[in-house]
Ligand binder design. Structure first.
Ligand code: HEM
Ligand SMILES: CC(C)=CCC/C(C)=C/CC/C(C)=C/COP(=O)(O)OP(=O)(O)O
Length: 443
């Protein structure tokens, strides 16, 4: 029966190794018989077969990798991305290549054993298990899976869910619930907040699952759990499913079907519309602003069961707030976003980016003034909210005029406290159900 190519090649390789040993023996025979006898005695004791040589090579690589990973203490920031791992394995590959060049010196053509001798050597039976390989060494040969430390899992899942963003999203939902003209129902409030938070965690996890190849190219996102391989895609998607299903179920059956429908629609809008659109058109920011505007509307519908003018006003405030928030942020990330291959206004339409941010800062003043007109708040609200709305508009103007890193960062960080404060003022000036004023100036 013809030998399979694998057997043939391993026999030839064995023959080649045997040939080298043969060459060494011949050379030492002529040079120093005593040394030769010593080597011969040793060589006989540990006849190095092809397997042993190969096993030693693998052991060496494993040891090398282990020593490499032991030497490199992962820093919290920045941590090697898979590409760096490839480089280190590339280094390992270099070492192996070098190690391969340490194999017995190449034979001079004149002394190379002739084919007959190689075939004779090839016929030497390969002794399986010539070396006693301990259990531990056997395990060394297996590739090691990246094991998640259970204590790290909460932090990893928090980063996967963009927990700070989710926290502010849930606070806008709570504000919508509290602002709605309906009696405050605590169980319903808690179910709405929990359901929205779970839906947001699911949406952000799926968003990161889709964006791994692009996030790995951006400094801001290259240390995310999926990019760093801290968590498997399967676990990330399973986590997203375990958040989405109970989240939407809580909103639909624990609160009302309208709120549940808004929740699942928002997950779809964020993961299947906004996320792919980021790489296609600058319109992604307008779609993303709708995604961010829906959570407070969900809070309102959870409390009232209906979608009315007040809900749309609140959604409008969140919609406008996101333009200074994101356009300012993205200004400082233009190189990063272009490296990631995203279509962002700050990269392709810089003047539009600044203009839209300023326009929506001013829109916040208009929307705040509309609140008492739509009976959402008292007339105290547009007055007491004017200072913070004027301040964010001033920063928006600075960003429009200066168009530099400093003005963009000031506007972004202002947006992070402006929204919670504006929501607080909305609550303090809420108009009570039945029309009587709460927090109104004394008549
Ligand atoms: C068009 C919509 C939005 C876009 C494009 C956007 C984009 C971003 C980006 C890129 C960051 C930086 C995250 C990072 O450092 O990796 C960020 C931070 C943040 N965003 Fe937004 N965002 C939007 C809407 C919202 C909404 C609706 C909220 C909450 C209501 C929000 C809350 C936050 C918070 C709290 C941070 C700071 C916390 C953090 O650094 O993760 N954002 N946003
Ligand atoms: C109920 C429910 C589903 C709520 C979802 C609310 C939510 C996740 C809003 C985020 C809005 C948004 C566009 C964020 C930026 O994402 P990005 O992908 O541009 O951010 P990145 O670049 O940091 O990944």
């Amino acid at each position: 029966m013809a030998a399979c190519p694998h057997t043939l090649s391993s026999r030839l390789l064995t023959g080649w190794v045997g040939g080298c040993v043969w060459y060494l023996e011949r050379r030492t025979v002529h040079q120093s018989p005593h040394t030769f006898m010593h080597i011969l005695r040793n060589v006989n004791k540990q006849w190095i077969t092809f397997q042993h040589f190969n096993f030693l090579k693998r052991m060496y690589v494993t040891q090398l990798n282990r020593s490499l990973s032991q030497q490199v203490k992962p820093k919290p920031e920045p941590v090697a991305s898979p590409f760096l791992e490839n480089t280190s394995s590339g280094q390992a590959r270099e070492e192996v290549d070098e190690m391969r060049s340490l194999s017995p010196p190449s034979l001079l053509s004149s002394q190379r054993p002739n084919t007959k001798e190689l075939m004779e050597l090839a016929s030497v039976p390969i002794v399986e298990g010539a070396v006693d390989v301990g259990k531990e060494a056997k395990e060394e040969k297996q590739w090691k899976e990246m094991k998640i430390q259970v204590d790290d899992l909460p932090g990893i899942l928090a980063r996967l869910s963009k927990i700070k963003l989710t926290a502010l999203v849930v606070s806008t939902t709570s504000a919508g619930f509290a602002l709605a003209p309906a009696p405050f129902d605590w169980p319903c409030f808690l179910l709405t907040s929990l359901g929205t938070g779970l839906a947001s965690c699911a949406a952000n996890s799926i968003n990161q699952f889709f964006e791994v190849p692009f996030d790995s190219n951006m400094n801001r996102t290259k240390n995310r759990p999926l990019v760093r391989g801290q968590i498997s895609p399967l676990l990330a998607v399973s986590f997203a499913t375990c958040c989405a299903v109970p989240g939407v179920a809580l909103l639909t059956w624990g609160v009302n079907p309208l709120t549940g429908a808004l929740g699942i629609f928002n997950i779809f809008l964020y993961t299947c519309c906004y996320t792919p659109l980021k790489r296609i058109s600058i319109a992604n920011t307008w779609v993303g602003a709708v995604v961010g505007a829906i959570p407070p509307v969900m809070g309102w519908t959870a409390a009232t069961g209906s979608l009315d003018a007040g809900a749309l006003l609140l959604g409008g405030i969140l919609y406008s707030w996101q333009f200074p928030h994101f356009n300012a942020l993205s200004w400082g990330l233009r190189e990063d976003y272009s490296r990631g291959g995203y279509c962002m206004m700050s990269v392709t339409h810089p003047s539009l980016c600044r203009r839209v941010a300023l326009r929506h800062c001013l829109a916040l003043i208009a929307l705040s003034t509309a609140a008492p007109i739509l009976d959402v708040t008292t007339w105290a609200f547009p007055v007491i909210s004017l200072p913070i709305n004027l301040y964010i508009s001033y920063l928006g103007l600075r960003f429009y005029v200066d168009a530099d890193r400093k003005s963009s960062r000031r506007l972004f960080f202002c947006s992070l406290w402006h929204l919670p404060l504006l929501l607080l003022l909305l609550l303090t000036c809420k108009r009570r159900p039945g029309g009587d004023l709460q927090g109104a100036a004394p008549s």
